[in-house]
Ligand binder design. Sequence first.
Ligand SMILES: Cc1ncc(COP(=O)(O)O)c(C=O)c1O
Length: 444
Amino acid sequence: MTGQINILDDSARLILHRTPRDDIKKGITVMDTGEGVRLVDKEGNGYLDMEAGITRPVHIGYGRQEVARAAYDQMCKLHYVTPCGFANEPAMNLADLLAEITPEAINRFTFEGSGSEAVDSAMKLAKHYHYFNGNKACYKVISRKGAYHGVNGYGVRALGTVMPMRQIMEPVAPGAVFVESPYCYRCAYGLVYPDCDLKCAKDIERTIEFEDPELISAFIGEPIMQGFGACAPPKEYWPIVREICSKYDILLIIDEVICGFGRTGKMFGVEHFEIQPDLMTMAKGITSGYMPLGAVGCTDKVMAPVENFFHLHTYGNHPVSCAAGLKNIEILQNENLVQNSREMGNYFLDGLKSLEHHPIVGEVRGTGLWLGLDFTSDKKIRAPFPLQRMNNIITRAKQLGVLFKTMGFALEFAPPLIITKKDIDEALEVLERCISEEEKEMSI
Ligand SMILES: Cc1ncc(COP(=O)(O)O)c(C=O)c1O
């Protein structure tokens, strides 16, 4: 097998994240360089990266020296200052820029080191809002089954089903409440849209009444959900959730860690649903992964009662990360990458739809350059597809030089936003070949 360097020997000191020991034994690919939408490993094998770095941050592509220069210049000028009692210009400028491009009422920002920290901070800010408004009791947060919101303390309690990431850390901070997700292809209630009357959204109110609205500080959700593979809810879903949250003064946290910065063909995923969040979390595409950075945005209403945000990360509001973020967003805007995400996303979706005749392809969906292909071993009953078979498909694709990723029972696609039709054609060709090979293997 190409591109495999076995690091599981006496010299292997690096601990990988979320990588089964069996995979490590088979050999781990060491990536070496990146340019545009392509990566090259230590053995010189090239890959078309259809996952923007697998965790999907690389919106502007690899090898952008402008960002490196912006970070270098800021390091030389002022590489660090505490976020407690002091400000710095890149962080202030990035806050101003975000205020311009996020939904109208999101006006106040703080910066963290990652999406997980942003999620934790957003939940803490929500708690501060209620606390300073005199409601010291509310400690519960509503999340959705199947959701992913990071790996830090508060974020872990919002992890819907990612097994066993949450379970292994239990007991987590108390107050996690879960409702059903809008995963229409395999509806938890066995209903079909639109006859379902949006039960998954409307039932949230019953959960709130049951849990006691006085004890609930926030509802968190991604506008388009990763858990089942780039899954957009019906258009009525978020307006219903927004209305319920407002009715009970529960703050709505929209997690834009993946959707933000053009991934879904609009600057932010929430723009597809025309609702106003109370808080927003961002990361990944904010710097395209050039520097670690997460952000929380909130409305004036949320900050108004907060006399002091009792929170402090040494690397909060980091000047170098914020300088990289500013340059990255400038590139996104100057090169019209949000528009490219929309156009290339439509092209890619059409290509994926042409694969729907395959017996194991259940549903194809996508918004901008975030797409999913849900597999099934029986189309009629939408039966789950064996995970091992999906792994076969991505392993084979990697051998053929294309990187894909699984999510739930789906393959997920989230390439850099600079991708071209030619790259997409190449990915589709490899994908179809891998699907056909797997079907042959299954004798269908
Ligand atoms: C929706 C969402 N929220 C939060 C996080 C956590 O971000 P990070 O991995 O930067 O800590 C992720 C990571 O994938 C995410 O997808």
